[in-house]
Design a protein around this ligand. Structure first.
Ligand SMILES: Nc1ncnc2c1ncn2[C@@H]1O[C@H](COP(=O)(O)OP(=O)(O)O)[C@@H](O)[C@H]1O
Ligand SMILES: [Mg+2]
Length: 369
């Protein structure tokens, strides 16, 4: 069942969400505001999204019976993470519309397939090579040069499963440390800045974009997003065109994020696509408090078959992630004038774990790095 155009939810209908993290939680909260219910499917009993929905399915993605029961309980199914197992997506899609279409996962779960897809659209990426062995890595380095970034093709996030290779590094050791059989090598891009475009596409092909967001990472994890990005209108228009052509080529329904590098060029800065996330994205969290419509609401509207909103930004917006122990400062943040605090209700604050975020509208604090 793929006919996304058939989906037209009514208030009171139920959306199934695969994945129980903070993205699922914020999707469910946005759905609730529109009178829609959500049922969350997650194997983790401590899923933060379980706390905000009436009905939850706590089961493994390989549990066919649980998947079938879940599908029976909901009207449309979406996901908050791109690593939904293909077999689970297939079982669900046979019973209910899955939006965005599950085939999109095949492209976005695999960095090589994703880069090939972006390249076929004529959109720039870092130079890259498929690597399946230490010898292959040497050959790829000979072609692409150093520094370069090696990334596992699958399951990488927040910088996990990747390493920078510099002159003098031993490729055999790098390959052994990565402990994978399939990776890509990318040219290291000396970018001016990193930006992302959060775009929504409805089943009838209409696309609405948020303002381009500028992202600052710390230890490979997003720390601060600022909107709008400090780029020219012309470059922002290019970012919109890129997101729109990716969304259209995928026949996408829902919100997607496109991460891009801004690189200096002789004729002015240009954009290279780094990654596509087929879901709401951390760099779009500012839209919850900083725009008339959030990325979460846009996604819910798109998959419900409802009209997309035209998001209007309320001012200059900064979103600061509370990572690991930083969550302990939540009481201080609660007293900062103008700050809106979001806590995800997660368990222990392990290093690198995204625990919450703070939005500030109308002020742009100085850069932290
Ligand atoms: N080719 C590259 N050149 C320079 N920096 C890179 C490159 N690829 C990734 N990075 C840096 O590492 C971060 C994480 O990489 P990314 O490919 O987005 O993986 P993920 O977000 O899935 O961990 C990027 O946001 C960027 O800061
Ligand atoms: Mg990324």
């Amino acid at each position: 069942m793929t006919a996304s155009t058939q989906v037209k939810l009514k208030p009171g209908d139920t959306i199934g969400i695969l994945g129980g993290g903070q993205l699922g939680r914020m999707l469910a909260m946005a759905a609730a505001r529109l009178g829609l219910r959500c049922q969350v499917f997650s194997p983790d009993p401590d899923s933060p999204a379980f706390d905000v929905v009436m009905n939850a399915t706590c089961a493994e993605y390989a549990d066919v019976e649980a998947l079938e029961l879940f599908a029976g309980d909901v009207d449309v199914i979406t996901y908050e993470f791109e690593n939904v197992p293909a077999a689970a997506a297939m079982i669900l899609a046979a019973r209910r519309p899955v939006l965005p279409d599950r085939q999109i996962l095949e492209t976005t779960q695999d960095r090589l397939a994703e880069k090939d897809f972006v390249k076929r659209l004529g959109i720039g990426t870092a130079d890259y090579a498929d690597v399946t062995s230490a010898a292959g890595l040497r050959a790829a380095i000979a072609r692409i040069g150093l520094p370069a970034v090696i990334k596992t093709r699958r399951f990488g996030y927040d910088g996990k499963g990747q390493a920078i290779i510099r002159d003098g590094d031993d490729p055999d050791r790098v390959w052994a440390d990565l402990s994978t059989r399939s990776a890509i090598l990318e040219a290291f891009i000396p970018f001016e800045r990193e930006v992302s475009m959060i775009a929504a596409r409805s089943a009838d092909g209409h696309v609405e974009c948020f303002d381009v967001t500028e992202n600052e990472h710390r230890d490979h994890i997003l720390k601060i997003s600022r909107a709008p990005a400090d780029i020219s209108d012309a470059l922002a228009a290019q970012a919109r065109d890129i997101a729109e052509s990716i969304a259209s080529a995928l026949n996408y329904v829902g919100v997607l994020a496109v991460e891009m590098f801004v690189v200096a060029g002789a004729g002015g800065p240009t954009l290279l696509v780094n990654e596509i996330a087929p879901r709401v994205h951390n760099s779009g969290h500012w839209t919850l408090d900083g725009a008339s419509i959030s990325q979460f609401e846009q996604h819910i509207r798109a998959i419900a078959g409802w009209p997309l909103g035209k998001p209007v930004r309320h001012g200059e917006v900064t979103m600061t992630n509370l990572i690991g122990d930083e969550i302990n400062s939540y009481e201080q943040w609660l007293t900062v004038p103008g700050a809106t605090v979001h806590l995800y209700g997660k368990g222990p604050p392990r290093p690198g774990r995204k625990m919450g975020h703070v939005t500030q509208v109308g002020t742009l604090p100085p850069k932290t790095t």
